[in-house]
Design a protein. Structure first.
Length: 324
């Protein structure tokens, strides 16, 4: 696709004293304590994942036009901000001032389309996501320039833990009459700025404002609202299990999902009791997943920070041009 494609990251240094003071002040103003899962330190940990994610971009997706790193005024110490390839963008540059400060990535993601200078076509990545081998732009956008978004089957219920997902699916059904039982893969995602802008402005009061809470809340919506709405309107493609389907994907696989969950729990139980599977995240990813499947993208979540850093250094040993 002969279009400029930018890349957007969210980043935060949860150990920064000034940022911590601001966060604690915001917590003190909350009338009701946020959900425990919304305020755990793991939400804001920084272990230099962004550094290695950028190395993977330079190695496997050099066609990326420009990289925007959205922060609350913070700058990674190792980042070369003089590089013409990267821009640090402050939350106040693309989020209404009356809604700040925000410590909720769900809220911040609702305003990515408003980043100054962002290209029409862009991809969004968390800092714990990486490219695993060479990938071209047509993996993310079709011949018409519309996004190809990866989803998975998942049965949702109206539970507190999955409330943001449930809210999004219910709103899509309310507005379009289409019932989706899907969730986005934890992967690097493509978007069109004009599509999100149109949807965000149209549903500002119903979706955007309820999501713009300082900390995660059960009233929030997930960013998957945007690609699902686009799919309902016929202006994107949803892929399932890496296969492209031009049709609208509508699933209600409650029984299948329950069986899969039971099997997973049983496997975990017997593996733990009898020790016939070694449950080490990094060994498994390095020795099995990455070598066997050679995925275009993969994610390394929070866990054993020391082993994770060793793993990422081995995977991406060469400094990128964006590092000092």
């Amino acid at each position: 696709m002969n279009k400029k494609i930018d890349l957007v990251y969210l980043w935060v240094d949860g150990s920064d004293e000034n940022w911590l003071a601001k966060k604690n002040e915001a917590l003190s103003k909350e009338g009701k304590p946020p959900m425990k899962r919304a305020t755990g330190e793991i939400r804001w940990l920084d272990n230099d994942e962004l550094k290695y994610s950028l190395r993977s971009v330079e190695k496997f997706a050099p066609w990326i036009n420009h990289i925007f790193i959205a922060t609350d005024g913070q700058i990674p110490k190792w980042l070369n901000i003089d590089s013409p390839k990267v821009t640090i963008v402050h939350h106040k540059e693309f989020i209404p001032s009356e809604l700040l400060p925000l410590f909720n990535s769900t809220a911040i993601e609702m305003f990515l389309w408003n980043i100054p200078g962002l290209s029409e076509h862009f991809i969004y990545s968390n800092d714990d996501m990486f490219f695993g081998k060479a990938v071209e732009s047509d993996f993310f956008f079709d011949e018409n320039g519309n996004p190809i978004t990866i989803f998975k089957n998942r049965y949702y219920k109206n539970s507190r833990r999955l409330k943001r997902h449930w809210n999004s699916l219910q709103m899509i059904e309310k507005k379009t009459g289409i019932k989706f039982n899907l969730s986005q893969k934890h992967a690097i995602e493509p978007y069109r700025k004009s599509y999100i802008k149109e949807s965000a402005e149209k549903y500002y009061d119903e979706v955007i404002l309820p999501s713009a809470t300082p900390f995660r809340s059960k009233q929030n919506f997930k960013r998957m609202f945007f690609p699902l709405l686009d799919n309902a309107l016929g202006r994107n493609t949803i892929t399932m299990n890496w296969r492209v389907s031009k049709k609208r994907i509508v699933y209600d696989h409650k029984k299948e999902t329950i069986v899969r969950m039971i099997c997973r729990k049983l496997l975990w139980f017997f593996a733990t009791i009898f020790g016939f599977i070694k449950y080490d995240c990094f060994d498994r990813q390095k020795n099995i997943f990455l070598k066997m499947y050679r995925p275009k993208m993969f994610c390394v979540n929070n866990g054993d920070n020391e082993n994770r850093t060793i793993f990422l250094k081995k995977m991406f040993p060469d400094k990128s041009l964006l590092e000092l």
